[in-house]
Design a protein around this ligand. Structure first.
Ligand SMILES: [Zn+2]
Length: 365
């Protein structure tokens, strides 16, 4: 960081100035001037209390023209890591210094978020409810509003998830297969792993592709928890993407980016029996085919059964709850393209993120 890059109010330095001004931006009937920000409440329904329930969007509309993107969190209501990422980004970004527009949605599944639940009150999964409909279930209505008022404005979305409850995910970006533009964005995001995975029907990524919107899906950390590495990875990644799109200036101390673990196939290793699980490896560790990664024993510690890595790869997710049933998913292993130094590269990414002062919560850039 140099003094010349500081701005008076401590926000990120201005985007490259093309000289042109942006046009006003209209969302859900509200007009936002160039260089301004606004919080928009998009009515969805009433809650069971009869009080209004709305989808909240903070819009940062840059002073100069540029792309429109969205950053969303808590589509699964208990996966709250992206909410922390968005809070930290909002403290760093200033629309007056930006080009283009960002729509931030810290909580999409407003119902599940309050209940600490992945689902909506009707037990539907919002991320299987797209494109939704105005007359469908509550999940379908929320999905339809999100599609119409947010996704359709944008050319790119970054949707942030964590592992499901009682699991941890190594920070990773998941993208649709065989999309060069997405591959480039995923690599420069700076997460530990990039996974090309097929799209699930009814998911946000699936419907966004149909609308011509590219999607990066970030997975990081545990449900219902914040962890500093995951938050930093999300903040750094969104800023990297925005800088690449010339919406903000690049990181002033950006150095050679470490190549993440890249994979097209990941396998879950499941509990061989019910009991107490002791893991010998964790997310970020490289494992060789046949290597013991943990064991499950009875409550007296006897009759332990080991389980082993079925492939060479890197662990991208693991269970954190030791009490398991037979068949529970315990360790997620990604087969990687460059195995030899993958653990060193993953460690380098962790170290760089944790040492980057510009990603500190209180550090105004
Ligand atoms: Zn999720």
């Amino acid at each position: 960081m140099t003094d010349s890059l500081n701005t008076a109010d401590g926000a990120l330095p201005a985007a490259p100035n093309s000289g042109a001004s942006a046009q006003p931006f209209t969302i859900a009937g509200t007009v936002i001037d160039p260089g301004a920000s606004a919080t928009i409440a998009i009515p969805v329904s009433n809650t069971a209390t009869g009080l209004p329930a709305s989808l909240y969007v903070r819009v940062l509309h840059g002073a100069r023209p540029g792309p429109c993107i969205f950053v969303s969190a808590a589509i699964h209501g208990d996966e709250i890591i992206g909410t922390a990422v968005i809070q930290r980004l909002l403290a760093k970004l200033d629309a007056a210094n930006m080009a283009g527009t960002v729509l931030f949605l810290p909580v999409v599944n407003i119902f599940g978020f309050q209940a600490h639940s992945r689902y909506l009150p009707d037990r539907r999964d919002l991320n299987r409810s797209f494109p939704g409909s105005a007359k469908g279930s509550l999940a379908a209505q929320l999905a339809a509003k999100f599609l119409k008022e947010v996704i359709c404005h944008c050319t790119l979305g970054i949707d942030i998830h964590s592992a499901a409850v009682h699991r941890y995910n190594l920070p990773q970006i998941r993208i649709a297969p065989n999309n060069e533009n997405l591959r480039e964005l995923a690599m420069l995001f700076g997460a530990h792993a990039v996974i090309e995975s097929p799209l699930r029907p009814g998911s946000l990524r699936d419907i966004a592709r149909g609308e011509g919107v590219d999607m990066l899906l970030m997975e990081a950390g545990e449900a219902l928890r914040f962890d500093e590495l995951s938050v930093r990875c999300g903040v750094n990644g969104v800023l990297n993407v925005m800088a690449h799109l010339k919406m903000i200036q690049p990181h002033p101390e950006a150095t050679q980016v470490t190549i993440p673990a890249r994979s097209r196939r990941a396998i879950w290793v499941r509990a061989p029996r019910g009991g107490l699980c002791m893991l010998q490896q964790k997310s970020g560790d490289a494992v060789k085919k046949g290597e013991v990664i943990g064991r499950v024993a009875g409550i007296f510690g006897d009759d332990a059964q080991e389980f082993r890595a079925p492939i060479d790869g890197i662990i991208i997710g693991h269970a954190v709850l030791p009490v398991v049933n037979q068949g529970d998913a315990l360790v997620h292993i990604a087969e990687v393209m460059r195995f030899g130094d993958v653990e060193e590269r993953v460690d380098q990414i962790t170290e760089a993120l944790l040492n980057d002062r510009l990603l500190d919560e209180d550090e105004l850039i």
